[in-house]
Design a protein around this ligand. Sequence first.
Ligand code: AMO
Length: 447
Amino acid sequence: DEHRGEGDDYGDAATMGALRQLYAGYAWADVASLEPAAAAGRAVRGAATVQCVVAGGGTARFAAGLRRESVVDVAGVVSLPREPVRGTTHQLVEIQVEKLHCISRAVSNLPISVEDAARSEEDVARAKAAGEQLVHVGQDRRLDYRVIDLRTAANQAIFRVQCQVENMPLSEGFVGIHTPKLIGGSSEGGAAVFKLDYNGQPACLAQSPQLHKQMAVCGGFERVFEVGPVFRAEGSDTHRHLCEFVGLDVEMVLRDHYSEVCEVVDRLFVAMFDHLNKNCARELEAIQRQYPFKPLKYLETTLRLDYDQGIRMLQEAGVHVDPMGDLNTYDTEFYMLCRYPSAARPFYTMPCSDDPRYSCSFDVFVRGEEIISGAQRVHAPELLVAQAEARGIDVRTIAAYIDSFRSGAPPHGGFVVGLERVVMLFCGLGNIRKTSLFPRDPRRLAP
Ligand code: AMO
């Protein structure tokens, strides 16, 4: 109540206080279905709407003057609607308004409307076929006015799903860490870095937590993970590249073999997919309504193939363009390719002991696109120096990293998951900008 100040108010303080308690007890979507608050954390705000009916008099005049997207407090009696309201899905009840208070007014000329932004392409096409003109808000315009666009049910759901994905390593005993984002040089190869001046020293924005997450393992942490920004000065404007994305990095001590890392990926992802399908059904439904997609096909134990085996299958099938397409014969859209050629991997990757032309590395694919890169790392400083020099890296720029393996370093490996890519591909969204709250692509630095 201290935050009132928009003048007109048709409720007394006590009622408004009680109303807020009601909201605290019932999640937004559940007000409509009158389910108790057990599922409060799970409800999708905005996925359900409730119609408020104003009978007449001063409240009606006040309501008529309210503009779309204004924020209001409402108190009234919940009743059954006389007839279902067009275009709503959860319209089980409505509210006969007794009191109405405007907390924040929206301007009259909003650049886009939530209704327009929430429309699926199918809706627009159907209306067009019926001779009706519906506004279709293109992606750039949505992103320009992202604060309004984010209010659609699908967008609310996308970021709730993303939040479920990012904490998954906690279940396997990984400790969350934070590594520096201002660093002295590149870790993943020279090209794609944002350079900057660090008090007179050349520096760049971290391309990956790679070197520091490994140093954390050298520092005695057996299993670490980090959810943080990763900066890549990508020149290519594609559906799956951002200049700043969220990396879900993992690094762990190995006992014998890098397959231990693959097993962690398998357990985490199968459990995560199961969890999303079971516990985020409402979110997925809300996304489906605006962006229809088929549920992801995955196996109980993730399919793992050697890179060579995958390539052979492709050749046999005569596939040249979509490199992963053929693996669909396994009835899974989630799989790992292992043992990549060493030349195709960064300097810190461990070569295979039986054939150093190949490496202890893997990539993971969802619906044919890469979401994870991972590997065992070289923990012997001499080999590390040799591999860096062979790739033309000036080892003086990574001296502290290399030195950290001289004071005793356990065998270790890890991987990174591109958070936006996982959500994009799990939900078949087709463009990474849909799963980034305020995306940064080669052309976009605002909002
Ligand atoms: P890599 O560079 O292959 O590996 O990146 C791994 C994963 O990060 C995501 N990704 C991106 N997502 C959005 N926009 C981009 N521009 C972009 N670039 C990469 C993808 C990709 O699978 N240090 C190693 C990983 C490791 O071995 O731990 C690395 O950074 O999902």
